[in-house]
Design a protein around this ligand. Structure first.
Ligand code: C2E
Ligand code: CA
Ligand code: CA
Ligand code: CA
Length: 291
C-alpha cells in the first residue's frame, strides 16, 4: 500500500487521534507518485461520497448561548482514513477541485442549518470557509444565491469566512463579489486575522461584518500580555469600524473569561467543543450543553 513506503510523502501522526494521517505537502518539483495518486483520489472523492462535515459551535458572549456553527470539511479516504483539510485543501485549490467541493460544502452546510432551524433552533447561523480560488468562479454569486433559495435559509444566517490572502488576489474581482454577497445579506468574516499580509488599510476598503482573531493570538491570552495587548487593540479597532469580533482557538477557561471581560462578541474553541458530527451537535443543542 502507499503507506508502506510513506516516509517520503506522508507520515502517521502520533497522539492526535487514531487513524489520522498527516500528509506532508511536497513542493512542485518533488511531487511523488503518491501525490499524483492522492490527486487522482481527490477527483473521485466527491462522487464516491467520501467527504463529510463536522460542525464546531460558536458562542455568543452576550448571553453565552450557541450562535451558530462553523462547517469544517473532512475526507474519509479509503486507505489513508481521515485526511485533514490542511492536507487536501491546498491540492483542491491547485487543481480547481475546490470549486465543486466548496459548492458541496455550502449546499450541505446550508441544508444542515435548515434542519436545525426546523428542530426549533431558529437563530443559528452557519459559517462556511471559502478559498480565494472560489472567488474566481464566474458562477459564485449565482451558486450562493441558488443554495440560499434551495435550502430556504435567510441570507443573514450564512456567514462566509475568507482569509486576508483572498483579499490580496484579484482585488477588483474579489471586491465586486464581496459587495454582491453583502448586498444579498450574506455575512462576511475575515478569518485568521492578524496572520496575513493584508495591511490595516484593507479594512477601509472592505467593510466586512466581522474579524476572526487567529488562534495564535488567543491561546494563553490570559497569561500573555503581548497577545492581550494585540487582541484588545483589534477589538477596539473592529468595534469602532462597526465590525464584530470573533476569537477562535479558545482552549482554556482562563482565556474564555479573559475574552469575556474584553467584550469579544463571539468565541469558538476546544474549551466549548471540538468540531463534531451534525447528530452530536443537535444532541448538544437539545441538552443545552456541549460537555
Ligand atoms: P480555519 O478556518 O482557521 O478553521 C479552524 C481550525 O482550527 C479547524 O481545523 C478547527 O478544527 C481548529 N480548531 C478549532 N478550535 C480549536 C482550538 O481550540 N484549538 C486549536 N488548536 N484548533 C482549533 P481544521 O478543521 O483541521 O481545518 C483547518 C483549515 O482547513 C481551516 O482553518 C480552513 O482554512 C480549512 N478548511 C476547512 N474546511 C474547509 C472548507 O470547507 N473549505 C475551505 N476552503 N477550507 C476549509
Ligand atoms: Ca474558518
Ligand atoms: Ca481561522
Ligand atoms: Ca486557516
Amino acid at each position: 500500500s502507499l503507506l508502506k513506503n510513506a516516509d517520503s510523502a506522508m507520515y502517521e501522526s502520533k497522539g492526535n487521534g487514531k487513524n489520522q494521517y498527516h500528509l506532508y505537502l511536497p513542493s512542485m518539483n518533488e511531487r511523488t507518485f503518491e501525490w499524483l495518486v492522492l490527486e487522482n483520489d481527490l477527483h473521485k472523492a466527491l462522487e464516491k461520497g467520501e467527504f463529510f462535515i463536522e460542525y464546531q459551535p460558536r458562542i455568543d458572549m452576550k448571553n453565552e448561548q450557541v450562535a451558530g456553527a462553523e462547517a469544517l470539511i473532512r475526507w474519509q479516504h479509503p486507505t489513508y482514513n481521515r485526511v485533514n483539510p490542511a492536507n487536501f485543501i491546498p491540492l483542491a485549490e491547485e487543481t480547481g477541485l475546490i470549486i465543486p467541493i466548496g459548492k458541496w460544502v455550502l449546499e450541505t452546510a446550508c441544508r444542515q442549518l435548515k434542519s436545525w432551524h426546523e428542530a426549533g433552533f431558529t437563530n443559528l447561523k452557519i459559517s462556511v470557509n471559502f478559498s480565494a480560488r472560489q472567488f474566481l468562479s464566474e458562477n459564485l454569486i449565482k451558486d450562493v444565491a441558488a443554495v440560499i433559495s434551495d435550502s430556504k435559509i435567510s441570507p443573514q444566517h450564512l456567514e462566509i469566512e475568507i482569509t486576508e490572502s483572498t483579499l490580496l488576489q484579484n482585488e477588483l474581482v474579489v471586491l465586486a463579489a464581496l459587495r454582491e454577497l453583502m448586498e444579498m445579506g450574506v455575512q462576511i468574516t475575515l478569518d485568521d486575522f492578524g496572520t496575513g499580509y493584508a495591511s490595516l488599510t484593507y479594512l477601509t476598503k472592505y467593510q466586512v461584518n466581522a474579524l476572526k482573531i487567529d488562534k495564535s493570538f488567543i491561546k494563553d491570552i490570559s497569561k500573555n500580555p503581548e497577545k492581550d495587548a494585540i487582541t484588545t487593540a483589534v477589538i477596539t479597532l473592529a468595534h469602532s469600524l462597526n465590525m464584530q469580533v470573533v476569537a477562535e482557538g479558545v482552549e482554556y477557561y482562563e482565556d474564555y473569561e479573559h475574552l469575556l471581560s474584553k467584550n469579544t462578541d463571539e468565541i469558538q474553541g476546544y474549551f466549548i467543543s471540538r468540531p463534531i458530527s451534525p447528530e452530536k451537535f443537535l444532541m448538544a443543542l437539545k441538552k443545552g450543553t456541549f460537555t
